[in-house]
Design a protein around this ligand. Structure first.
Ligand code: AMP
Length: 547
């Protein structure tokens, strides 16, 4: 497939708003793709370059991209930035620049989809002191050979912002229809393999290939997530529930095969080197080959410390000397996904728990199975007294659904009125904060797009504003007057008094009295709240006010 055909398809898809029509167009495209093209196409159309479980990142920020485009167009970088500010969108700006550029070379070669992928892979792999220059070389070559519309989508892919508004669910359904296999099988295989590109290849082979998928050691799967809910509703729905402490730390996934093991963070980054004490603890606690799911917490004098202490450790890039770290880390394990060659995500929580208890000698998160409201409430009180965030209530008969924020896991904590949102813009501060960003524009997600729902300016210390500036300064996509637009990469947790209906934001909702609570460096922008969830919260507010 030519990259120009891919780009034309993106243009077509961008113009479609109906879900079914989108699926139709995609479905028509998939069968004709070659073995090599199919996985690349599927990932690209999702706005991704590499499989979700792979650690590679292209590592091309706006600056490098603008420099490459400027070179190819024979203009100054400032001029690229001005066009982006005027257009308000990097993709459209690059398209415009390439349309008007003087023809610097007459002999361009048509870009192939797979060739673009190979170049991205090469860029992701270059390291060392010359890496920026090497990356720039490849970027220049790509853009020099790109038609304007190709430039638009190359830029967006490189920045991780394709923005054609196709949700994962639509791509899954298109794959299912294109190869005539059940959608649930595609979804299930995706959960286990964590790469929809590879799953498309399996779907082409047929239903048997899809249902035969297994989890593999050292290929992290997405973590199962929780919704907000209530003790009463869970008991009413499931009869008995499994309750655990909600630990305020960092999620981890532990993979072990013989003497080899790795620990992955919630973003599926390999953080093994930063957690030698956790490795030692868990390796000492089981002889089996396992994949375990849990939460690492930091403790001092027997009391849990805020999760920032854990994050600090997760962030360490180098091996550390544990003697200088007086904080104790505890890996509380609450699930088992794989044991000695068998995948357990389809087993019930009760079965997984039984296996967990039989193979792990220590660090199993205490669990209360109960059908009694008072008992569960007492457990909740106990959790809060011990300094935990609250409790998690889980349906004992539920499977492990990677990446799904379903109703089978529910979190109960006192202050429920917070949201995790992506920072997509800012305004410069004033007075002593004039050299820092002072207020931030926050967005939730809807079918892969970021939808603004609030601005937040309160709750930041000067120190936190400096940290925010550091995190965001290299992700600036455009500026206009005091306003700055970022490539979404940072997630923060905000508190609010109420969700309101609002014509000021395209999603139709706004937060009343938003305030910054904390940075969520453990979360990626894929994890932020969805517009639908915000809608649900709005309606539950309304119904609790007016029964
Ligand atoms: P939240 O980050 O507020 O969406 O809450 C969900 C998170 O709580 C999970 O992703 C875990 O990192 C964490 N957590 C703490 N304790 C547990 C537990 N017992 N079971 C599952 N998740 C837990």
């Amino acid at each position: 497939m030519l990259f120009s055909d891919f780009s034309d398809l993106c243009t077509r898809l961008e113009a479609i708003s109906g879900r079914l029509e989108m699926i139709d167009v995609l479905q028509g495209e998939l069968p004709s793709l070659s073995e090599g093209e199919l996985p690349v196409f599927v990932r690209f159309i999702m706005g991704r370059i590499f499989p979700d479980w792979r650690p590679e990142k292209v590592g091309v920020g706006p600056n490098l991209l603008y420099e490459g485009v400027a070179y190819v167009a024979g203009i100054k970088k400032e001029s690229v930035v001005r066009t982006i500010n005027r257009e308000g969108d990097v993709g459209r700006a690059v398209e415009h620049i390439l349309t008007t550029k003087e023809q610097t070379s007459f002999f361009t070669t048509a870009l192939e989809l797979e060739e673009v992928y190979r170049d991205f892979t090469y860029i992701a792999g270059v390291g060392g002191s010359r890496s920026q220059r090497e990356k720039l070389k490849v970027i220049r070559r790509l853009f020099a050979n790109a038609q304007p519309v190709e430039g638009k989508y190359l830029a967006r892919l490189l920045l991780g912002e394709l923005r054609i508004g196709i949700g994962e669910g639509n791509i899954r359904d298109a794959i299912a229809r294109a190869f005539d296999v059940p959608s649930v099988l595609v979804e299930h295989a995706y959960q286990a393999r964590n790469d929809l590109g590879e799953v498309a290849l399996l779907a082409r082979e047929g239903a048997d290939a899809l249902s035969g998928v297994r989890i593999e050691l050292f290929r992290p799967v997405k973590m199962m997530l929780a919704q907000q809910g209530s003790i009463g509703a869970m008991l009413a729905e499931h009869g008995a529930v499994a309750a655990e402490m909600k630990y305020d730390g960092s999620r981890f996934q532990f993979h072990k095969k013989g003497g080899e093991c790795r620990i992955y963070s919630r973003k599926l980054e390999d953080v093994t080197h930063a957690l030698p004490d956790i490795v030692q603890a868990l390796v000492g606690a089981t002889k089996h080959d396992v994949i375990l799911d849990g939460e690492v917490i930091a403790v001092r004098d027997g009391k849990p410390l805020p999760f920032q202490f854990v994050l600090r450790r997760f962030r360490r890039k180098h091996d550390l000397d544990l003697h200088i770290d007086e904080i104790t880390m505890i890996p509380w394990v609450f699930d088992l996904l794989f044991l000695d060659g068998t995948t357990y995500i389809d087993a019930t929580l009760s079965e997984r728990r039984a296996h967990l208890e039989s193979v792990l000698g220590d660090y199993i998160a205490p669990q209360l199975v109960s059908d009694n409201t008072e008992e569960v409430e007492e457990f909740y009180r106990e959790a809060l007294e011990k300094g935990h965030e609250g409790i998690m209530i889980k349906a004992p008969s539920s499977p492990y659904t990677p990446g799904v924020r379903g109703k089978n896991w529910v979190k109960i904590k006192p202050a429920v009125d917070t949201l995790d949102l992506a920072v997509i813009g800012a305004e410069w501060g004033e007075g002593r904060r004039a050299k820092l960003y002072g207020s931030f524009l926050l967005a939730c997600r809807d079918s892969g797009e970021f939808i603004p729902v609030s601005k937040v300016a309160t709750g930041f210390s000067d120190e936190m504003l400096a940290i925010m500036y550091d995190l965001l300064k290299d992700t600036v996509l455009s500026t206009s007057g005091k306003e700055i637009v970022f490539e979404p990469s940072v997630v923060i947790e905000v508190g609010y008094a109420e969700i309101q209906r609002s014509p000021n934001y395209s999603g139709g909702y706004a937060l009343r009295f938003p305030r910054f609570i904390c940075l969520r460096e453990d979360k990626s922008v894929d994890d932020v709240e969805s517009l639908a969830q915000i809608g649900e919260r709005y309606y539950s507010q309304v119904t609790s006010v007016k029964p």
